[in-house]
Ligand binder design. Structure first.
Ligand SMILES: CC(C)(COP(=O)(O)OP(=O)(O)OC[C@H]1O[C@@H](n2cnc3c(N)ncnc32)[C@H](O)[C@@H]1OP(=O)(O)O)[C@@H](O)C(=O)NCCC(=O)NCCS
Length: 168
């Protein structure tokens, strides 16, 4: 099992992953911005990873999928810096695991596998946020050394803001 760049995923795998989520809201959102057209989705991923997004008020971000053979299990989205919005609500990292593969340790595994990528980008302190009542995500973040800084309100819900510091 490994993390693969979104650009190394083929359409069949991608479509099967979307289907596995059914009607549930996709997390991270970047997985399915142009889910109707795989070619346009790939172009969107390329664009989102480039500095060109800065002019839209976004920060460059990379998307990785957790893949076992030809099956996508989950996704992890890495924002390479923070803007005002991400500092309050989104953080550096967002992840999601397909509903039929949850509670098997895959969120935990993705947080392990992202480490060398964080190192490559010299990110030694990252912000993660999650709803106060999202037990799986709170547990995952805490397990990886997340220190709760405070809470903020987002979309009518309390969001926990955690920092994870990596020792060099
Ligand atoms: C949150 C989410 C990513 C967790 O993924 P996962 O692969 O099921 O998590 P893991 O199996 O690695 O579990 C991590 C810990 O949380 C616990 N856990 C996971 N889901 C749980 C749940 N619904 N209720 C209670 N505990 C839960 C696990 O038992 C494990 O605890 P342990 O370390 O004590 O054994 C997944 O539920 C998901 O994709 N949810 C929808 C999207 C989302 O909320 N993303 C996070 C946004 S911040």
């Amino acid at each position: 099992m490994a993390l693969k760049s979104c650009l190394d995923i083929d359409e069949a795998m991608y479509m099967a992953y979307l289907e596995a989520w059914g009607d549930e809201k996709m997390v991270p959102y970047a997985v399915s911005l142009r889910a109707d057209n795989f070619q346009l989705q790939r172009e969107k991923w390329l664009y989102e990873a480039s500095d060109a997004v800065l002019k839209d008020g976004f920060v460059p971000a990379e998307l990785y999928f957790l893949v076992e053979e030809d099956k996508i299990i989950g996704a992890i989205h890495l924002r390479l810096s923070l803007n005002d919005f991400l500092l309050k609500h989104g953080g550096h990292i967002g992840y999601g695991v397909r509903p039929d593969e949850r509670k098997k340790g895959y969120a935990d595994l993705m947080m392990h596998l992202i480490n060398p990528i964080l190192e490559k980008h010299h990110l030694d302190k990252v912000l993660l946020t999650c709803d106060e009542d999202n037990i799986g995500s709170n547990k995952t973040i805490q397990k990886h050394g997340g220190i709760l800084e405070n809470q903020s309100f987002f979309e009518g819900k309390l969001t926990n803001r955690y920092w994870i510091a990596y020792n060099k």
